[in-house]
Design a protein around this ligand. Structure first.
Ligand SMILES: C[C@H](O)[C@H](O)[C@@H](O)C(=O)CO
Ligand SMILES: [Mn+2]
Length: 426
């Protein structure tokens, strides 16, 4: 299929008219898309391995990338090269999300409680050069001090202190990343703490976690460019019965903390029939910020590649309908090692952007009118009609304007990259 200006532009003009009939200004929506940022998670590029020699491939903490597709990035340069290539296929200017295990320490063993900004210099310089923002995550898994299943909620004071120190260091690193790139850096805390079978002491660990979080957030770190967030989970591999940092735990924590902390909702971290979309307006009634980890739960797994499914669409619609684009931050979180990793990134990012564009193109004002009139039949019928407006012509225009491949043509570029670059990584 060939996509060029001669095809894209007239199709867009027709789509523009179709949307205008419902009072939607497509040019205005495309302008808004320029401000939409998705944080691209670096860990899809190497199956969450990281660069620490001592813990490489240690896994643990419920994090498990399955599959053995060739060509995964083996070091910082390869990972940055792959990210750059993926970003060249994704419309818009986005961010990159790092984990502490992606520190570059020049072959020196630096334990996580000793990490500092110098170990992320290459990432920061690269981000500045590309004009992209960075986000950050302390890594509480794949480490001998996490092998008991408890980190920040550990009863062993030396273990707990180690992880508190790691979290404080991470906040310091994120704060500098934000300042250096001139864009807020979100430092997200997710811990794997929990147990396989039913514990009898649920409260004790939660009390300890609360104390650890207080210590972490009480530490004086410049917050001008730093956004703190905490992420809950329902269960993980090895923590099927009990997760210390549950949804209720963190909701209570962020709403009662004296510090400004965002809650992170991972789409794969809830009961299979529970939706994030309904939580957005509930939380925005109390909080100014939400971080979303866009993922796709599949039975026991929470980390499949994002696709344009009902839930991702509903999430984007809720953000639009609550006027929440300034308050909700979008990040990707999945890891699939069974397919080309660039394909995974690009598919997920393009799906998320499609959902956001679709939501922005919604004639919401008409839906509100019918709802206020109590005409719910009309609301339902309009929602169905809007699904077949010529969305794809606007999406193609967005890709075209952004200078990235239109339609499925990006897959040819991935094939070339696979041949030229990925196949040489043995
Ligand atoms: C690697 C990430 O931090 C991790 O996926 C976390 O965000 C999560 O969702 C764990 O299930
Ligand atoms: Mn997550």
């Amino acid at each position: 299929m060939v996509f060029d200006g001669e095809k894209i532009l007239p199709e867009y003009e027709r789509a523009k008219e179709a949307y205008a009939q419902f009072g939607v200004d497509t040019d205005g929506v495309l302008e808004k898309m320029k401000n939409i940022k998705i944080s691209l998670h670096c860990w899809q590029g190497d199956d969450v391995t990281g660069f620490e020699e001592a813990t490489k491939g240690m896994g643990g903490g419920g994090i498990l990338a399955t599959g053995n597709y060739f060509g995964k990035a083996r070091n910082g340069d390869e990972l940055r090269q792959d990210l750059e290539f993926a970003m060249s296929l994704i419309p818009g200017k986005h961010k990159v999300n790092l984990h502490a295990i992606y520190a570059e320490t020049n072959g020196k063993k630096v334990d996580r409680d000793q990490l500092s900004v110098e170990h992320f210099e290459k990432w920061i310089n690269w981000a500045k050069e590309k004009g992209i923002g960075l986000d950050f995550n302390p890594t509480f898994f794949a480490h001998p001090k996490a092998s008991s299943g408890y980190t920040l909620s550990s009863k062993d004071e030396s273990i707990r202190k180690f992880w508190v120190q790691h979290a404080i260091k991470s906040r310091e690193i994120a704060s500098v990343m934000g300042k250096e790139t001139g864009q807020p850096c979100i430092n997200n805390i997710w811990i794997p703490d929990g147990s396989k079978d039913f514990p009898v002491q649920r409260y004790e660990h939660r009390k300890i976690l609360k104390e650890s979080l207080d210590e972490i957030f009480d530490a004086k770190v410049d917050k001008q460019y730093l956004i703190d967030s905490v992420e809950s989970k329902l269960f993980g591999i090895g923590s099927e019965a009990y997760v210390v940092g549950s949804h209720e735990f963190y909701m209570g924590y962020v709403f009662t903390s004296k510090h400004d902390i965002a809650i992170c909702f991972d789409l794969g971290h809830f009961h299979p029939t529970e939706t994030i979309s309904d939580k957005i307006s509930a939380v925005l009634a109390y909080s100014k910020k939400i971080l979303l980890h866009l993922s796709r739960g599949m039975r026991w797994d929470s980390d499949h590649v994002v696709i344009l499914n009902d839930e991702v669409l509903s999430v984007a619609q809720e953000v639009k309908r609550t006027n929440g684009f300034e308050k909700v931050y979008f990040a990707l979180d999945f890891f699939d090692a069974s397919i080309n990793r660039i394909t995974a990134w690009v598919t997920g990012a393009r799906a998320a952007l499609k959902a956001i564009l679709f939501a922005l193109l919604e004639p919401t004002h008409l839906l509100i009118e019918t709802e206020n009139e109590g005409n719910f039949g009309m609301r339902l019928a309009l929602l169905e009609e809007f699904k077949t407006l010529p969305f794809s012509a606007v999406w193609n225009k967005y890709c075209y304007d952004s200078g990235v491949p239109v339609g499925s043509t990006w897959l040819e570029k991935v094939k070339e990259y696979e041949e030229k670059v990925l196949k040489n990584r043995v």
